[in-house]
Structure formats: C-alpha cells, structure tokens
Design a protein around this ligand. Sequence first.
Ligand code: MN
Length: 226
Amino acid sequence: MNLFDLPQPSVPVSGTDQQFPVRRIYCIGRNYEKHVAEMGYDVKRSKPFYFAKPADAIVLSGATVDYPPLTEDLHHEIEFVVAIGKRGSNVSVDEALDYVFGYAVGIDLTRRDLQRAAKEKARPWETAKGFDQSAPISAIHRAEDIGHPSSGRIWLAVNGQIRQDAGLNELIWNVSESIAELSTLFELAPGDLLYTGTPAGVGPLNPGDEVTGGIEGIDEIRIKIS
Ligand code: MN
C-alpha cells in the first residue's frame, strides 16, 4: 500500500450510489437563542461567526466514536447540516439556495472544558472542536428530492432520553443568510459542509452512551460512544 494513498472523506448521498466528497467543514456558533442563553451570552443579532473542523473528522451514522483524550466534558450538539454543491463567493441571500446540494443531520461533538478554557484565554477553538471523529453525520439528502427544510423538528436523545428538542424555524440565521455571510469570508465549493449551530439542551456524553438524533423531513443519526 502506498503511504500517500489517503482516503477521501465522503458521505453517502441518499437514494443514489454517489458519495459526497468532503472538502471543508464549516460550523456556526450561537445560532439558536435558547442555546446562546444557556451558554451565558446575550441574545443579539450580531453577524454569525464561524469555525471549522478538518474534513477527516467526519464519522458516518452507525459508527462508534471513541471518547476523545484530554477532556472530561465531551458534549453533544445536534445540528442541521447544509451540503454545498456550487462554487461561489459573495453570494446574495436571494441566490443562496442555488448553492445547496442537499441536507443532513450532524452532531458537532465538543470538548466543552477545552472550549471554556480557550474562551477564557482568548485562544483558538481547534482542540475543542476540530478533534478526530468530531463530526458525525447522516447520509446527505438532495434538495431536489426533499426541498429546503426550514421548520422541522430537530432533536437529540441520549440512551433514549430527549436532551435537545427544537425547530429549524428557531435558527437566528437561516440557511440563505448563513451561506451568504460565509461566502463573504471564503469561496464556497462543492464538497463543503456547513453545520448551522445547535439548539438548547447541550450536555455531557459518557462511554457506553447511545446517541440518537434527527431532523423531521431529513433523516436520523445514531452513534455510540466507547
Ligand atoms: Mn455547534
């Protein structure tokens, strides 16, 4: 085997034999009011802010995720994920949905203790957010098949107990606004994923936990922590 014969991280496209090749993973912080409040911030509609995870942090639904090292506070964040299918910069809000290939259900796994320390010291978030296996995701469902969901229920349960339960209509920045703003910072391209933020109810995970979640009209996701 060639040392440099590296796998391309990819996500199955539901209803096809296609794989969506993951190029970049962008994430939005603080995009649901009740989550902003639970994290101790004022809810005000300032611009959305973004962070990123490496493409190979992708984990497919059904997988077992190792409890990551150097944390004692691994948190779940269920998220509505947008898959980009068109290249472009400075996209207008009106045209933003043309850039969407499809949608998925994701979990933004977070080392909350490291994030807290990073915030206190004004340091970057990579170790809190961009660690190995930090981006579980369901299959991607094409917009041509399911449309553009904007109001379905988004939920997450741990060992069958509901922890997060909200609606996509609670997003502070909707999909069009989030894409338009992101495209002022980076050129978007096919293969990009955007995790759009989590609703209230984030909390700790432990080895042995079964994590399930879903978004009405898209799909469900299931991972186990080991
Ligand atoms: Mn998040």
